[in-house]
Design a protein around this ligand. Structure first.
Ligand SMILES: C[S@@+](CC[C@H](N)C(=O)[O-])C[C@H]1O[C@@H](n2cnc3c(N)ncnc32)[C@H](O)[C@@H]1O
Length: 172
């Protein structure tokens, strides 16, 4: 039930919300990264699209993924290493994102750390999508997100299993 590659709901959110600042935790082969950047380019020039990707980059190197992103003309930064380290570090220095896709490690400790980093980078309109909510660790992470601060919407894209969309409640 694991799907690698472009996810239509991400591209729809990007187009509808004119997203320019994109973050992906778990990049793998970079195909989804390129898909999201292409969607963002429909709403603004490539030079105004920024992609931030986090992964070990062990199967696909940063050079290889960077090359794919260069072809889109976007600005990009790739953070190599364990997201338990890289995401909290980056969350201290990066500006807020318009969309964040959490699709890295599936254990509770990885998923919760990724969520905590993502939460620090949310503005009022940010959409945080969480992949593979069917995995026990990810499910526990989504269950632990405080409902008094965040709206949590669950949906089932075809062939993908459960996905969660997290947004700040208007009053929070
Ligand atoms: C499901 S794939 C990502 C797929 C990609 N988002 C897509 O839609 O095509 C998961 C990725 O997360 C990375 N990953 C898993 N745990 C990680 C961790 N703790 N730190 C860094 N990367 C991790 C793996 O290297 C893998 O490339």
């Amino acid at each position: 039930m694991c799907w690698y590659g472009p996810h239509r709901y991400l591209n729809e959110f990007i187009r509808e919300n004119l997203c320019g600042r994109i973050m992906e935790i778990g990049v793998y082969n970079g195909e989804n990264a390129v898909g999201m950047v292409r969607a963002a380019k429909k709403g603004r020039p490539a030079s105004e699209v920024e992609y931030h990707g986090f992964d070990f980059f062990s199967s696909y190197s940063t050079e290889r993924i960077g090359g794919k992103l260069d072809e889109t003309g976007c600005r990009h930064a790739l953070f190599e290493g364990n997201t338990l380290d890289t995401v909290p570090e980056a969350a201290r220095i990066l500006q807020p994102m318009d969309i964040i896709f959490i699709d890295g490690g599936k254990s509770f400790s990885e998923a919760w750390s990724d969520w905590e980093g993502a939460a620090k980078l949310m503005h009022d309109g940010t959409g945080v999508f969480i992949h593979n909510v069917d995995f026990a660790g990810v499910e526990k992470m989504v269950r632990s997100i405080p409902r008094d601060i965040y709206d949590v919407e669950m949906f089932n894209p075809r062939f993908e299993g459960k996905v969660a969309l997290i947004r700040k409640k208007p009053s929070s």
